[in-house]
Design a protein around this ligand. Structure first.
Ligand code: NAP
Length: 267
């Protein structure tokens, strides 16, 4: 097995990453940055998202694992004080994995060039100034005329991130669905939108036809494209998915309770 360890710049993360690296080398496990079978992220969920994008072109062959150096995370679900247990589990790894859906985003620019993006949490379209005007096309049929701050499309594992802050549902990551959330929609005689989260199955695409403006912003996970002249953006759950190394049970609702309620010892 070839492993790479990516960490954020916090001292505790750098030290934890070094401890993992040394322990893996001592156990005879190869360290390889280019084509790892396992990419380990050390930091928070934000660091995990960056690690995902680093290896998003090799999702079929790379599994992922996150070690959190702060509170317990949603992607980073091992803690820095559990390194010895983690190394032991990796030595006895049976290559089991659990997969979560990711999002395919197809951005068509005003000059008709097309860019394809992947997102693990969500992708959001907004304008940097003024409200955004767009037609929402659901499965090739006109659905609504949107005017407001923007539209957010999230994966189930991204439902606990930005989507939750704007009134989205928390969705178990084993569900193969994409969620659309309107951000501050304006409802009047001309622009009338559903103003509720929409949950679409993996077979459905949602296309956003945008009014011609040159200050669109596309935010996806920790990345952004700003001041873009866009024609349309299409969102759908991807045929690809992210594979997590399953070294122990992942209890999604336990993590939700721990992160947002903290009222009992669910985990
Ligand atoms: P950031 O400030 O680095 O991260 C914002 C917070 O979101 C951090 O506490 C991060 O956890 C947490 N987070 C990331 N993915 C999560 C998930 N799947 N479930 C629950 N919490 C999650 O922001 P950024 O680097 O610009 O963007 C990273 C992500 O943060 C975005 O994809 C977006 O979903 C989220 N975000 C949320 C809001 C909001 O809720 N208003 C605003 C901006 C961004 P860690 O501390 O473990 O890294």
């Amino acid at each position: 097995m070839k492993v790479w360890i990516n960490s954020n710049t916090k001292e505790v993360s750098i030290k934890t990453a070094e401890k993992i690296k040394q322990s893996l080398l001592n156990a005879g496990i190869e360290i390889d940055q280019k084509n790892p079978d396992l990419a380990i992220s050390v930091g928070g969920d934000g660091t995990f998202l960056k690690t995902f994008h680093e290896y998003s072109d090799q999702l079929a062959t790379t599994r992922f694992l996150g070690v959190h150096t702060g509170h317990l995370g949603f992607y980073a679900d091992w803690r820095d004080f559990e390194v010895d247990e983690l190394i032991e589990a990796l030595i006895h790894d049976t290559k089991q994995s659990i997969t979560y859906p990711i999002l395919d985003v197809e951005v068509t620019y005003a000059d008709d060039s097309v860019e394809k993006i992947k997102a693990l949490n969500e992708a959001i379209i907004k304008r940097t100034s003024k409200t955004m005007r767009a037609d929402v096309i659901l499965d090739n049929e006109f659905f609504e005329k949107f005017r407001g701050d923007g539209l957010c499309f999230s994966t189930p594992s991204g439902s606990t991130a930005y989507a939750k802050s704007i009134g989205g549902a928390v969705i178990h990551p084993k569900s193969h669905v994409m969620q659309m959330n309107e951000i501050a929609p304006i409802n009047n005689r001309v622009y009338r939108s559903i103003s509720a989260p929409i949950i679409a199955p993996s077979s459905q695409a949602i296309e956003i036809l945008l009014a011609p403006e040159d200050d669109y912003m596309v935010n996806y996970d920790t990345n952004s494209k700003i001041d873009c002249s866009l024609k349309s953006v299409k969102f759908q759950l991807s045929n690809e998915s992210i594979q997590f190394a399953q070294l122990r049970d992942r209890h999604f609702w336990g993590r939700v309770e721990h992160a947002f309620l903290g009222t009992n010892d669910f985990i």
